[in-house]
Write a protein that binds this ligand. Structure first.
Ligand SMILES: Cc1cc2nc3c(=O)[nH]c(=O)nc-3n(C[C@H](O)[C@H](O)[C@H](O)COP(=O)(O)O)c2cc1C
Ligand code: SF4
Length: 521
């Protein structure tokens, strides 16, 4: 029996921005003109954005990729025998064999870009719900201990052990508890949360359900930024499907556990990614950071015990439970266990998502895996961990991708965003931008951040213009110390990282001489 040829076209926002929908229409039209019946499967992205739209065809040799495909090339692709994986300049071969994918350890992203993102059948065929079924069989306490044992740490930025957070919430007694998924993804250069929600939404639903069962919560919310309309739409449809099929709601899979969830859309303030400001926003208030204690695990959403976890933390849990805590724990480096979806962005040749066990050297990531800059100019600086992360010069490229190694270099890995800059970057302007960003995004609750960031912009301006440079540098150091230790949350508290790293590693951009430079100013 002849099977209908299947063509996989990504429906990820990044691929759509590069014309995936237009390519899909051109494929349908070309097949129609030739009288060929085809089936189009919409997937997420594999995360090789420089090759998007990357389409794939199911052939006898496995899936064959073509990319980046432009609308005007579709007819020629059919002429070249696209449906049999025929030769063409855009033919990439088997995607798994591409070096960028071959070198990865796809754990959390194992299905992303491969399955039909809204097919529960496809999800199950690729290992979906094995973790949830195991969690139901293990019961809450053992499930939590598995997560503790796996060594999973929060991927939202702070790296707090997920299992310990769950245990704290489980031990709090209350009639109602909540699971809140932080899908605000505000860090510059990051897109891993969006990719999962668009490419493997059932993984997040399954992870949240496991969290709910583990801590005794029956309701969950996913807080997604409004700038993610595709993720909101796809996850919303996935929730409806899951509910219809009994994966959400009362008595999940015939168990005594109930869990359901809803999406809430945030208006797009960076500070609303901070967990307590997020809770305020969820409650319908203006997003302001709350003082801790109480921890959200004790008193969170609507005053009830609440687990707040990042998308990637939650979406990693099903695979951890399915493969066992040891399999995850065996990956990684030092106290950073498992894999990290690293997002290569900015001025880098191979932009995309690279999931790897912790421990890769920063230089390997940027020069080797990322291929250096897209402009072909030398890499000068790399900012890791979003707008509050430090700038790393080439001299620190031996730093391993690991929470502790980055902390030791006055940096942070945050949500895994790596933004690359070439030698045309002005690091004094980047330092100024960090302060300006803080001033714009500050929730205004504490003085060091609200006022300090505004004064920080002014002081950096004076340094740049050469006005009483020595005094202003001393003032900037003092200001950074006050912000670091006097701010209520990490927005004000961490902004000294980009500012001081720019100043320390690139003093010449501030009109200063490098230490040991004979021409010292
Ligand atoms: C200013 C600021 C912004 C933040 N933005 C995010 C965000 O966009 N997404 C996220 O998951 N965590 C963000 N965080 C971290 C959260 O406060 C919190 O630690 C995280 O959601 C906990 O989940 P995890 O343990 O799974 O990482 C932010 C923190 C701060 C201080
Ligand atoms: S550090 Fe900034 S964002 Fe955080 S609580 Fe203080 S004013 Fe608000």
């Amino acid at each position: 029996m002849m099977t209908t040829p299947r063509i996989f076209v990504p429906h990820d926002a990044g691929a759509l921005a590069l014309g995936a929908d237009e390519v899909e229409r051109a494929i349908i039209a070309a097949a129609h003109r030739r009288g060929i019946e085809i089936a189009i499967v919409r997937t997420g992205s594999r995360g090789l954005y420089w090759l998007e739209p990357l389409i794939e065809v199911a052939t006898a040799q496995g899936r064959i990729g073509y990319g980046p495909v432009h609308v005007e090339e579709v007819e020629a692709l059919f002429d070249a025998g696209l449906l049999d994986g025929g030769p063409h300049a855009r033919r990439l071969g088997r995607p798994e064999e591409l070096p960028f994918l071959r070198r990865q350890t796809r754990f959390t992203f194992a299905r992303c870009g491969i399955i039909d993102r809204l097919s529960l059948q496809d999800y199950r065929a690729h290992g979906g719900f094995v973790g949830l079924e195991r969690a139901i069989a293990l019961g809450p306490d053992t499930t939590i201990e598995e997560v503790v044992k796996s060594g999973l740490r929060g991927r939202g930025g702070a790296g707090f052990p997920t299992g310990i957070k769950w245990r704290t919430t489980a031990q709090a007694s209350a009639l109602q508890k909540y699971v809140v998924c932080n899908a605000d993804e505000g860090d510059s250069g990051t897109f891993a949360d969006r990719m999962i929600m668009e490419g493997d939404p059932f993984a997040l639903i399954e992870g949240m359900t496991i969290a709910g069962i583990a801590v005794g919560a029956t309701a969950g919310y996913v807080y997604i930024r409004s700038e993610y309309p595709h993720a909101i739409a796809i996850l919303g449809r996935a929730i409806e499907i899951a509910r219809r099929e009994g994966c959400l709601g009362c008595g999940i899979f015939g168990s005594p556990y109930d869990f359901d969830l809803e999406i809430r859309v945030g208006a797009g303030a960076y500070v609303c990614g901070e967990e307590t400001a997020l809770l305020d926003s969820l409650e319908g208030k203006r997003g302001m950071v709350r003082a801790k204690p109480p921890l959200p695990a004790h008193k969170g959403l609507f005053g009830q015990p609440t687990v707040v976890n990042n998308v990637i933390s939650l979406a990693s849990v099903p695979a951890i439970l399915a493969s066992g805590a040891d399999a995850y724990r065996d990956l990684g480096y030092g106290r950073s266990r498992g894999t990290m979806p690293i997002q290569l962005a900015g001025n880098v040749k191979y932009r995309g998502l690279f999931e790897a066990a912790f421990g890769l050297a920063l230089g390997e990531l940027v020069d080797d895996i990322g291929g250096g800059t897209a402009t072909g100019r030398p890499v000068r600086a790399v900012q890791v961990g979003g707008p509050l992360g430090a700038y790393f010069p080439r001299a620190l490229f031996d730093t391993r991708f690991d929470y502790e190694a980055f902390t030791a270099k006055n940096g942070l890995i945050g949500h895994g965003g790596v933004v690359v800059f070439d030698d045309t970057v002005d690091m004094a302007r980047q330092a100024r931008f960090a302060m300006e960003f803080c001033a714009i995004e500050s929730c205004g609750k504490c003085t060091p951040c609200r006022i300090g960031s505004v004064r920080g912009v002014e002081v950096i301006d004076r340094i740049i213009s050469g006005e009483r440079r020595r005094e202003n540098l001393a003032l900037l150091a003092e200001l950074c110390e006050t912000m670091r230790f006097g701010s209520l949350c990490a927005l004000g508290g961490f902004v000294p990282f980009p500012v001081l790293s720019a100043l320390t590693h690139f003093p010449e951009d501030f009109g200063m001489a490098r230490p040991g430079d004979a021409a010292a100013a």
